[in-house]
Write a protein that binds this ligand. Sequence first.
Ligand SMILES: Cc1cc2nc3c(=O)[nH]c(=O)nc-3n(C[C@H](O)[C@H](O)[C@H](O)COP(=O)(O)OP(=O)(O)OC[C@H]3O[C@@H](n4cnc5c(N)ncnc54)[C@H](O)[C@@H]3O)c2cc1C
Ligand code: SF4
Length: 510
Amino acid sequence: MSDERRVPWILGTHLHPAVGPLERAPTDSRVLLIEAHDFARRKRYHHHKLTIVFAGMRQFRDTLRERGYEVEYIKAETFADGLATYFDRYPDDELVQMRSPSHRSAETFESLVEDAGGALDVVQNELFVGTRKAFDEWSNATDKDPFRHETFYRWMRQQTGVLMTDDGEPVGGEWNYDSENQDFPPESWDSPPVLEPEHDELTQQTSEWIAAEFDTWGSTTDLVWPVTRAQAKRKLDHFVANRLPSFGPYQDAMRSDDWAMAHALLGSSINLGLLHPWEAVTAIEQAYHERDEIPLNSAEGVVRQLIGWREFMRHVYRHEMPQLATANQLDAGTDLPAFYWTGNTNMSCLRQTIGAVRDRGYAHHIQRLMVLANFATLWGVQPAQLNEWFHATYVDAYHWVTTPNVVEMGQYGDGVFASKPYVSSANYIDKMSDYCSDCRYDKTKDTGNRACPFNALYWDFLDRNEDKLRSNHRMGLMYSHVDSKQESGAMTEIKDRVETLRQKQRHGEL
Ligand SMILES: Cc1cc2nc3c(=O)[nH]c(=O)nc-3n(C[C@H](O)[C@H](O)[C@H](O)COP(=O)(O)OP(=O)(O)OC[C@H]3O[C@@H](n4cnc5c(N)ncnc54)[C@H](O)[C@@H]3O)c2cc1C
Ligand code: SF4
């Protein structure tokens, strides 16, 4: 087939002009985008999430047209309808699409195109730093566990040369400065400014159309997320210039009324393709070498997220699907409490975090892990239900990235890379946040009317899952406490307290 008839089909999460088939197509060539609406009706997505996807696609359409591409932009209920329209017009075209990271997406799209009477070539996704092939070759050859994040991360640092010396050693002598990422800021610390993009009429109209057309969740105003590449690049520049220095020390801290702390706020843009992760990594590395005020624990901290965790999750997902989506090694079978949707709870940490997600479709990593997923794990929520919730409510959520983060890291569903559940009592939340000081519950108590629910639930969780967790050497200390609570009879009171908490939740009083 001649190259003229090979038409790039750009998905809504591939909105980058300089990668893949689009980069290689002449600037006057035809390009296809299908705005399929049925996926937006499948769940109650956050309004801002739908806005950045649909407005992002429409903005990208206009940018490509300005650059001379002949853009076929088809609005349709389903991809099948959109493809039927396309091949009616251009029966001789072959579509070429970068592989979406979603499970079996290539097979799904291939069969849709075949049903529409056309042809599709699915090619490598160039919106990651590494490739599937390189990971698979390395993981087959290595005698280490490729699904251990630290092993993978060191390999990625060596492969990319990022923050490496000429002698092949990590800059600063250590690979990982996580232990320097766990401070809580003094009261006098003001978090750095957040850059909020100005949205044009096209984005405004798209936002209003979404509010009218779909049953959404969360705020329908005050969109703070980029929808164009120019906005995303400005957000990256602003992060590197203003926020990066304090990212490191306060990465794990949580404060009331401080939704952004010093986080990058780049996840939605990177996952839409507005920014390539490599653009972020190189900007951060360059700034680190040029500016003395950027500590290594800040630069390494973000690099670890981008070339470590983000890439790692992609490979875990593709190797562990489909079983990862339903993995539930702790046999957790409880429904997600309704307050995840309403925010109606007396627990200050959860109320404030859920409120932040309703406002912007965002909460940072530790709020996701140690508040939202922690509580759900202690409560015994079925991991797939929490995964659904995250998928619907976050601006940066896509199945390939929520599933390993929520089911495995958040809820210890499978054990493929998590070596123990990330669970804690009020202790951790109190150490890393100011939520407890303004809470109706008492962080120091396990039982009694005002005792913090996390405490009783924590001991109950360990007791309930004893046969699966006691032999884990990383849990030994915790089980020595469980033993004393069992022997003293305190565990019986804890169980009663948990029963009361469950009743309170059923009556909307937790
Ligand atoms: C329960 C749970 C659910 C999560 N759901 C998502 C999700 O739906 N989408 C998503 O992109 N990330 C998810 N994460 C990972 C991480 O929390 C977010 O990427 C991060 O909070 C995004 O905010 P930021 O851009 O300010 O990131 P920062 O914390 O400033 O990090 C910089 C960048 O690193 C990348 N990154 C960091 N950690 C991860 C990770 N664990 N997995 C993938 N990328 C990572 C992101 O691209 C992020 O923009 C989840 C984590 C947990 C524990
Ligand atoms: S006391 Fe318990 S419920 Fe309240 S904020 Fe602290 S950890 Fe959360």
